[in-house]
Structures are given as structure tokens and as C-alpha cells.
Design a protein around this ligand. Structure first.
Ligand SMILES: Nc1ncnc2c1ncn2[C@@H]1O[C@H](COP(=O)(O)OP(=O)(O)OP(=O)(O)O)[C@@H](O)[C@H]1O
Ligand SMILES: [Mg+2]
Length: 354
């Protein structure tokens, strides 16, 4: 039986750099004080749990988890596809988060679980579903629905092997935008902001459904602002760089705009620049160079999300949903969209146990 490596990985270095470069203002400290007694405790989480799976109630413990292959890895956790001993047809994704008392990882696991319980139970079509959680050997295991892959692995194959027509790529970008906006709007209805919107946190399902995942640094929306951000620097809006200022819905909108630009052109803007030079361009003079092969409506959508002046970005997600690029998108994906997604998913490297 394959055993997962422990949750500590090479990405710890990346995380450290990320934490060093971003202002860590009052939210975490305030939360530390408020939650000092409960923060590291998951009193109701044990080494076994009960989940609802396709209408069936299944109880299992950590020893019954059979790790099949790695689905992905982020700065905070490893995610594996897992099946259950004695239940060969039950498969789910397990994210392991270390519960060491080193502050930020705990912040992540606490926040991930809390947000997953708040939003992942409602079976929203554009939020990854939460099944349950367990504790195993100092690690929190979050069980959720498994999707085929994430957008960061999907779009390089889209561009390098499939070369979709301009019309098909345009439809694909609008579909992705719509699904993620619906997911973000749902989070907002629960008073949450995601704070780490990027292709790695957008999952892809075979039936042309895109979902948001990774609620590790999700924050509570207090009057639409939250003063702490720990997300990826390359998706931070200009107003956040080097400044202590609020992170709100419009910062998630910028990160969405950046992600859509990245997916539509096949690479992140200024990706070859060092992080310092990237931040300096972003803060001072960067303007998006949106592919002219996209329709004017899609370009309008990306450019309003990437407005340098935060006040020029849309105020509400419904403002985005009522833009022509969204309203003119057919409700159901077309045959060519379905085929594209299906064929790209078939071309992904075969996962191996890692
Ligand atoms: N339910 C899922 N189904 C399929 N793959 C998943 C699932 N959840 C996560 N993944 C994969 O695992 C990767 C890491 O997961 P996740 O983003 O939750 O971890 P993280 O450590 O919090 O990441 P980050 O570096 O963004 O903070 C994702 O980018 C994705 O490729
Ligand atoms: Mg992630």
C-alpha cells in the first residue's frame, strides 16, 4: 500500500519567501488572540469520519485510506486521490495539511477547514464539494470531491497541443470566467473572499465545469475589506504591492483578470522577470496586453478586471455577470467545447504514485 509523504515539501521554501515579502498585518494577530484556545484544536475531528457519498453514508478511519496517486501540491498541502479499503468504488481527493504549531500553516489549515465547511457542503456547482475531515499523525486530512485536474496543468496542453480556433478559445475563456465568477459570488454571499484566485486553484471537470478550490487563506469579508493577504504575489493588484491596504472583492477580481489573461495567452505576464522586477512593473506602469484574437467583449471583460485603479473595477460580481461577454454565452457548453475539454483531459500525463 502506498503511503503519502509527510506534508512538508520543497514548497516550504516558496512559502517562506511569500510570507517574507508580503505585509502581514493585523488580521492574523487579531485572530490569534480571538482563537488562541481553539485555533489549533479540531475537537470534533477524529481519526475516523462519516461521509455522504452518492446518497450512501460511509464511515471509515485513516487506516482505510488507500493512496492512489498525487493530484497536486501547493504551498500548504499535498493532495492525493484516495480510495477506501472495502469500498473500491469510493474515491475522493485528500488534502493533507500539517498541524505543526508554526503559526501560518495552522492559519491555513484552520481557515481551509472552516471555509470548506461553510461553502463546500452546499454542493454549489462551482465550489469543490467537501465530504469530511480526519486527523492523522499530526496532519489534518480534508476529504473532497476529486476533479480531473487544475487549470495550471490544463492550459499549457491547450496551447501546445490543441491550438483551438479563436472562437473556441474565446468561448472557453468566457465559460471559465463565468464559472469562477459564480463561485466567487457564492463565497461573497457567505461573506468570504478567496484571496488566492489563480489557475492552480481552479479545477477542471470533464463535463466542462470549472470549480474553485483551496480555501487556505480565504478571509472573512468585513465591509468588503480584509487587511491580510498571503496569496501568490503574481496575482496581487497594484494597490496591494508594497502597501498596507485592504484586500477586498476587487483584489479577487484583479487576480481573476490576471488568471484569464494567463490562460488565454498561455503564460503569466512578465513570467521571466524576477519577483522584485515583476512587482515593480506591476506597481508602476504595467498595462495588460490582451490577445487581439479574443473577441472585443472578452477583451473588455479582462481589461475591466485588470483596471489599475481599484475603483474602476466592477463593484459587484453581478456587474460582471451582466457584461455582454457573459450574457451572450450559451447556457450549455457546445459540442466543440465538450470535445476540447475531453481531449485535453485525455492528454494529461498519466498520474503515477508519488
Ligand atoms: N479536489 C481536487 N481534485 C483534483 N485536484 C485537486 C483537488 N484539490 C486540489 N487539487 C490539486 O492540488 C493542488 C494543490 O491543492 P491546494 O491548492 O488546495 O493546496 P495549497 O497548498 O493550499 O495551495 P496554494 O499553494 O495555492 O496555497 C491544486 O493546485 C490542484 O492541482
Ligand atoms: Mg492552491
Amino acid at each position: 500500500m502506498y503511503s503519502p509523504p509527510d506534508g512538508i515539501s520543497r514548497s516550504a521554501k516558496r512559502r517562506k519567501l511569500r510570507l517574507m515579502c508580503i505585509d502581514l498585518t493585523s488580521d492574523i494577530e487579531k485572530n490569534d488572540e480571538e482563537n488562541i484556545l481553539t485555533k489549533y484544536e479540531f475537537a470534533d475531528i477524529k481519526d475516523s469520519c462519516k461521509i455522504e457519498y452518492n446518497g450512501e453514508s460511509i464511515e471509515f478511519n485513516v487506516k482505510q485510506l488507500i493512496y492512489l496517486n498525487k493530484l497536486g501540491e501547493g504551498s500548504f498541502g499535498l493532495v492525493h486521490l484516495v480510495k477506501l479499503e472495502n469500498h473500491p468504488n469510493v474515491k475522493f481527493a485528500c488534502k493533507r495539511l500539517t498541524l505543526e504549531h508554526d503559526g501560518y500553516q495552522n492559519y491555513s489549515s484552520q481557515s481551509d477547514l472552516k471555509a470548506m465547511r461553510t461553502v463546500g457542503n452546499d454542493r454549489h456547482p462551482h465550489i469543490v464539494c467537501y465530504y469530511g475531515a480526519l486527523i492523522d499523525d499530526g496532519q489534518l486530512i480534508i476529504c473532497m470531491e476529486p476533479l480531473e485536474t487544475s487549470m495550471d496543468k490544463f492550459y499549457p496542453i491547450l496551447h501546445s497541443q490543441f491550438h483551438p480556433t479563436a472562437i473556441l478559445l474565446d468561448k472557453f475563456i468566457r465559460r471559465l470566467a463565468k464559472h469562477i465568477v459564480l463561485g466567487l459570488n457564492y463565497l461573497k454571499s457567505k461573506n468570504l473572499i478567496h484571496r488566492d484566485v489563480k489557475p492552480q486553484n481552479m479545477l477542471v471537470a470533464n463535463n466542462v465545469i470549472f470549480k474553485l478550490c483551496d480555501f487556505g487563506i480565504c478571509g472573512t469579508l468585513k465591509d468588503s475589506i480584509s487587511s491580510t493577504h498571503l496569496g501568490s504575489m503574481r496575482y496581487l493588484p497594484p494597490e496591494r504591492l508594497g502597501n498596507i491596504c485592504s484586500y477586498g472583492t476587487r483584489s479577487d477580481m484583479w487576480a481573476l483578470g490576471m488568471s484569464l489573461l494567463e490562460v488565454s495567452q498561455g503564460y503569466l505576464p512578465l513570467s521571466s522577470e524576477s519577483i522584485m522586477s515583476f512587482m515593480s512593473h506591476m506597481k508602476n506602469d504595467w498595462q495588460p496586453d490582451i490577445p487581439t484574437t479574443l473577441s472585443q467583449q472578452t477583451r473588455d471583460l479582462i481589461s475591466i478586471l485588470l483596471e489599475r485603479d481599484v475603483n474602476q473595477r466592477p463593484r459587484y460580481y453581478n456587474d460582471i455577470l451582466s457584461m455582454p461577454s457573459m450574457t451572450t454565452l450559451e447556457q450549455n457548453p457546445s459540442e466543440d467545447e465538450r470535445n476540447l475539454i475531453e481531449n485535453i483531459l485525455k492528454s494529461l500525463p498519466i498520474p503515477t504514485p508519488e
